[in-house]
Design a protein around this ligand. Structure first.
Ligand code: FAD
Length: 458
C-alpha cells in the first residue's frame, strides 16, 4: 500500500471542484484533515457565528466523505505541529491544500512548507491573486479596471466533479469528536434562529445556488431592495469554500437573464482578496494613512451609542432592522450593511475598526478580505473607497429602497406603521414608547462627521 497523502481542509470544505482533494485522491490513499487552530498567534480569531457555521459544515463534509468510504479527521492545535505529527504517525510525505490569502494562513503555509512537502492549489477565487496586472506591471488597486481585466480572463476553467473514489489509508489517525470542540453556543444559545435560515455544507450551497438561478434576471434591481429575497445568499458558502466561485460563475452565467451585475459582485470578492494580499493589515490599519489623524470618539465616552448600534436601538428603523437581522440570523442585506456601517462611522463617529470587529463576530459569512475592504470602502479610508464626505442619509435610503416590509419584519414595535411613516416614526410623531428616540439627528450627525473630517485634513 503506498503511503497516504494529507488533504488539509480550511476554507474549502467541499469535494467537487477541489483541486487539492483531486490531487491527493489521484496519488493514492488520502487522510482528510481539518485542524482547529486557536493557538497560533492570530489577530482575528474565528468569531462566534463563524464557529456555529463551521460546526455544521464539518459535520456535512464528514458525511460526504463517509459516503465515499473516507472520513474527516479532526485535530486541535497549531497547524504546523498537527500536520507534522499526523504526517509522522501516518508516513504521509505530502500535504495538498488550497491556497488562502488571509495573513494568518499565509504565515501557516510558510511554517508548514518548512517542515513538509506542501503543495498549494488555486481554487478559492476566480483567478489566482495578482494574475491580472496593470499596463505598468503592478497589481490593480482600483476595482473598476481590475474588474475589466478579470473579465478578459473569464469564464474560469470549468468546474471539476468530486473524485469518484477517495481511498482510505491502512490505519486512520485518531480524531477529536466534533462535539468536544464546543463550537456551538450554549447558555445562551444565541444562534437558535440560524438553522431556520441556513444549511451549511456543500449540499446546502447547491440548493441556494439552484434556487437563485431563476432570479438572476431580476438581480440588478432586486439586490438593492432589502424587503425582497433578491440576492443569492451564497456568501457564507463561498467563504467556507463549500462551493467554488468558478462553479457559481458557470451556473449563473448560463441561467436565463443578464448575469453581468451578479458576476461583477463575484469579482468584488476577488478584488477584496487581492487587496488583502497586497496589504495584509487591511483589517486593522487605514489603507489611506491620512485617516490615522481622524479623531474618532472614544468608545467609553460613546458607549451608549455603541451599545444602541449593536442592539439595533438607534432610533433609525433601517439601521435597527439590519442590526437585528444580523443578530438573529448571522447575515445582513448588503444595502443595509452599507447604511448601518455608514451610520456607525459617520453619524456616531465611531472608528470603523470597532464595527468591523462586531461584524466579524456576528456574521456567518465573516470574511477577512470582504469585511475589511468593505468597511474601509464605507469609511473612505480604503485603497478604493467612497468619499468620507458622501454621507448616506439613512432615512432617505430606507424610503428609496422600499425597506418598509423589512423594517416590519425585524422591528416588531413598528410593524403597525404604514409605509409613509415607518422610515421615520419620530418625525411623524408616531413613535411608540417601546421604540427608542434617535440617538442623534441626521443633520447634527452629518455636521459633526464633516467637522471631524475637516480637522483630520488639517
Ligand atoms: P450576492 O449579492 O448574491 O453576491 C454574490 C456574492 O458576491 C456574495 O456571496 C459575495 O461572495 C460576493 N459579493 C457581493 N458583494 C460583495 C462586496 N461588496 N464585496 C465583496 N464581495 C461581494 N461579504 C462577505 O462575504 N463577508 C463579509 O464579512 C462582509 N462584510 C461586509 C461588511 C460591510 C460593511 C459591507 C458593506 C459589506 C460586506 N460584505 C461582506 C459584502 C456583501 O455585503 C456580502 O457579500 C453580501 O451581502 C452577501 O450576500 P449574498 O451572498 O446574497 O450576495
Amino acid at each position: 500500500m503506498p503511503s497516504p497523502t494529507i488533504i488539509w481542509f480550511r476554507q474549502d470544505l467541499r469535494l467537487s471542484d477541489q483541486a487539492a482533494l483531486a490531487a491527493a485522491a489521484q496519488a493514492g490513499p488520502v487522510i482528510p484533515l481539518y485542524i482547529l487552530d486557536d493557538e497560533s498567534p492570530r489577530q482575528w480569531a474565528m468569531g462566534g457565528a463563524s464557529r456555529w457555521w463551521l460546526h455544521h459544515s464539518l459535520a456535512s463534509l464528514d458525511e460526504q466523505l463517509r459516503a465515499k468510504g473516507s472520513r474527516l479527521i479532526l485535530r486541535r492545535g497549531r497547524c504546523v505541529d498537527v500536520l507534522a505529527q499526523v504526517a509522522k504517525d501516518s508516513g504521509a510525505q505530502v500535504v495538498h491544500a488550497i491556497r488562502h490569502h488571509e495573513p494568518w494562513w499565509r504565515n501557516a503555509e510558510k511554517a508548514v512548507a518548512r517542515q513538509i512537502d506542501l503543495r498549494l492549489h488555486d481554487g478559492g477565487l476566480l483567478l489566482p491573486v495578482e494574475a491580472v496586472r496593470t499596463g505598468g506591471g503592478t497589481p490593480y488597486r482600483i476595482y473598476t479596471p481590475f474588474s475589466r481585466a478579470v473579465m478578459l480572463h473569464m469564464p474560469p476553467a470549468p468546474p471539476q466533479p468530486a473524485p469518484q473514489r477517495i481511498d482510505a489509508p491502512l490505519h486512520w489517525p485518531v480524531s477529536d469528536r466534533l462535539e468536544d470542540w464546543k463550537l456551538l453556543p450554549r447558555d445562551p444559545d444565541w444562534a437558535s434562529g440560524f438553522s431556520a435560515d441556513w444549511s451549511p455544507g456543500e449540499d446546502g450551497a447547491k440548493r441556494y445556488l439552484d434556487s437563485f438561478l431563476g432570479e438572476v434576471g431580476d438581480y440588478a434591481v432586486a439586490r438593492d431592495l432589502p424587503s425582497q429575497e433578491g440576492t443569492s445568499r451564497l456568501s457564507p458558502h463561498l467563504h467556507f469554500g463549500e462551493i467554488s466561485p468558478a462553479k457559481v460563475w458557470h451556473r449563473v452565467a448560463q441561467a436565463p437573464g443578464d448575469a453581468t451585475v451578479y458576476l461583477k459582485e463575484l469579482i468584488w470578492r476577488d478584488y477584496a482578496h487581492n487587496q488583502v494580499w497586497a496589504l495584509p493589515t487591511y483589517g486593522s490599519e487605514n489603507a489611506q494613512p491620512a485617516f490615522d489623524a481622524m479623531h474618532w470618539r472614544d468608545l467609553r465616552e460613546a458607549r451608549g451609542d455603541w451599545a444602541a448600534w449593536k442592539q439595533g436601538r438607534t432610533g433609525y428603523p433601517i439601521v435597527d432592522a439590519g442590526m437585528r437581522q444580523l443578530w438573529q440570523t448571522g447575515w445582513m442585506h448588503n444595502r443595509v450593511r452599507m447604511i448601518a456601517a455608514s451610520f456607525l462611522i459617520k453619524h456616531l463617529l465611531i472608528d470603523w475598526r470597532h464595527g468591523a470587529r462586531w461584524f466579524w463576530d456576528t456574521l456567518v459569512d465573516a470574511d477577512y478580505a470582504n469585511n475589511s475592504v468593505n468597511w474601509q470602502w464605507v469609511a473612505g479610508s480604503g485603497v478604493d473607497a467612497n468619499l468620507f464626505t458622501r454621507i448616506m442619509a439613512p432615512l432617505t435610503q430606507s424610503d428609496k429602497f422600499g425597506a418598509a416590509d423589512y423594517i416590519r419584519q425585524w422591528v416588531p414595535e413598528l410593524a403597525h406603521l404604514d409605509d409613509r411613516v415607518i422610515h421615520d416614526p419620530d418625525f411623524h410623531g408616531v413613535r411608540p414608547a417601546s421604540y427608542p428616540e434617535k440617538r442623534i439627528g441626521h443633520r447634527e450627525g452629518r455636521e459633526r462627521a464633516l467637522t471631524a473630517y475637516r480637522q483630520m485634513k488639517g
